[in-house]
Write a protein that binds this ligand. Structure first.
Ligand code: NAP
Ligand code: MG
Length: 506
């Protein structure tokens, strides 16, 4: 194992974290910390500076195979399947407690690795991750089948009892993106544990660190060996190997729609079950009677939160023309006041994009908008030098055919469009997307807003609020935004099989 000089001088990086970062970080396989069989590692960067902050194992197909075999053993013969639901629930709850105990370190890691402000990581990512384990711990004891009266023909006098059992689907391969690294791990791992599955988690190459820290917390909580295995590596190698591995019963993926389609292809070879959380281009509709202050702050937050790197970002703003100018200028003003900086610096409200790839991609979209005639309302001069910063941007004078209106940008870029009437044409335009992940409606007339919400083809609709997530609320997409739901009771279906048992009792 290579040891590097600790490179971080920042006050909020503790000595323990600095030491942890200075050693090549291994993967969690079968309860042990292991480097890749190939011996290779890859570097992890701070997107605010481009500096290398750590190196992690470059897992590939051979390591995925080891991890899947460990998960299979843990599922078939380990202590995990024999544990009582209440013991399993207590263990899952303990993981939530440990996340809160390590909240400051986890938030620091997220700020360093992903670029988001530490304050945001602490308040959102870490809190919601702990909530997810705490919430899911309660489900471990509540996974119930039913008894079902049946009418099937039976011989005279024959008495039958039929029931369903909900059983763990088995070994689950989980693949997650970089926008909420710890939270995406929590959304995936917690319900899989509640249902009694075992897991191989492939984390995003851009942001592998918080999941590795979580891995130690899983061991500290007493999770048996092999129940959760965490592989670091690239999508094309480790991710593809996991999605196509014959020892995996189910693949749960969060990421782009493009890669989601590759996952489906890989899983179709042996018809693995698949659930997908994919991209979005969510409409945010402001009716003429909306509360202006609430709406301006909410519309800005809907697109600029997490630097626009949210699958559910309110990326298409439709505003009634009676208040269009005021709302759009208000959002642009909020954009101009957002303080960009290093995620660990006090006062930072927005960090850099996660990588040079995303930086180039988002700037490519801005160029496309310019070429297609969109007008820009933003203050670009404040983006700090050196990292992958893109200042929050509002585009006006757009039309439904433009690339910036049609495609997911995944950056802090809002496209705004006025409308004259709340009519079928507006609803049709809001629904005019291959995606259907989320939507927002702003109005003082909540009855009218609810009627709009009912007509939007999206898995989540927020009225007079946005980005409200809760472990109890199902989240997922219509159309090409995904298959299945994360969180809430609904996510359990991703990890359970239903068995019908019929017994002759007389
Ligand atoms: P991505 O390229 O789809 O990557 C997601 C994950 O898939 C990463 O771990 C990636 O590995 C892996 N991967 C890439 N190619 C693969 C392959 N051929 N086989 C198996 N795995 C593969 O997405 P991203 O750029 O990281 O994230 C941004 C996208 O995710 C956006 O489109 C966003 O909308 C979507 N997203 C959706 C949700 C949701 O809940 N619906 C949440 C977050 C993000 P590497 O890291 O090595 O590339
Ligand atoms: Mg990638």
């Amino acid at each position: 194992m290579n040891v590097h000089a600790p490179i971080l001088q920042h006050a909020s990086v503790s000595e323990a974290l600095n030491k942890w970062l200075s050693h090549d970080r291994p993967m969690l396989i079968d309860g042990r910390w292991e480097m890749a069989a190939s011996g290779r590692t890859f570097d992890v960067h701070d997107p605010a500076t481009g500096a290398r902050i750590a190196a992690v194992a470059e897992g590939d197909a051979a390591d995925v195979d080891r991890a899947v075999k460990a998960a299979r053993r843990a599922f078939e013969t380990g202590p995990w399947p024999r544990m009582t639901p209440s013991d399993r629930g207590r263990l899952i709850h303990r993981i939530g407690d440990l996340i809160l105990e390590h909240a400051d370190t986890l938030a620091t890691i997220e700020a360093l690795d992903n670029g988001k402000p530490k304050t945001v990581a602490r308040a959102a990512d870490v809190t919601l991750s702990a909530d997810m384990f705490h919430y899911m711990s309660g489900w471990a004891t509540k996974i119930e089948g039913r008894t079902i009266p049946i009418s099937a023909l039976a011989a005279p006098g024959m008495e039958l009892v039929s029931m369903t059992r909900k059983e763990a689907i088995g070994v689950v391969g989980q693949i997650i993106p970089w926008n909420f690294p710890l939270l995406m791990a929590a959304w995936k791992v917690a319900p899989a544990l509640a249902t009694g599955c075992t897991v191989v988690l492939k984390v995003a190459e851009e942001t592998p660190l918080s999941a590795l820290w979580l891995g130690q917390l899983l061991l500290d909580a007493g999770l048996p060996d092999g129940v959760v295995n965490i592989v670091t590596g690239f999508g094309e190698t480790a991710g593809a190997a996991l999605a196509g591995h014959p020892g995996v019963d189910k693949v749960a993926f969060t990421g782009s729609t493009e890669v989601g389609k590759l996952i489906v292809q890989a899983a179709s070879k042996d018809l693995k079950k698949v659930s997908l959380e994919l991209g979005g281009k969510s409409p945010n509709i402001v009716l003429g009677d909306a509360d202006l202050d609430l709406t301006i702050a909410g519309a800005a937050n809907s697109i600029f939160f997490n630097h626009g790197q949210c699958c559910n970002a309110g990326a298409r703003l439709y505003v009634h023309d009676s208040i269009y100018d005021r709302v759009v200028e208000g959002v642009a003003q909020v954009a101009g006041q957002i303080r960009l900086g290093h995620g660990l610096d006090e006062g930072t409200e927005m960090g850099p994009l996660v990588s040079s790839v995303q930086y180039d991609r988002v700037r490519g979209f801005l160029q496309a908008g310019r070429d297609e005639g969109a007008e820009f309302m933003f203050r670009q001069d404040q983006a700090p030098e050196g990292g992958y910063f893109v200042a929050p941007t509002v585009l006006t004078n757009t039309n439904p055919q433009m690339k910036v209106v049609r495609e997911e940008i995944f950056g802090p870029v809002l496209v705004a469009t006025p409308f004259k009437e709340l009519d079928d044409a507006l609803i049709a335009e809001a629904n005019n997307s291959v995606y259907g992940l989320a939507a927002g409606v702003w109005s003082r007339d909540t009855g009218r807003a609810l009627s709009v919400a009912n007509r939007l083809r999206a898995g989540t609709v927020w009225i007079n609020c946005y980005h409200v997530f809760d472990a109890a609320l199902p989240f997922g997409g219509y159309k090409q935004s995904g298959w299945g739901r994360e969180m809430g009771e609904a996510v359990l279906a991703n990890y359970l099989e239903t068995k019908a048992v019929t017994m002759r009792i007389g």
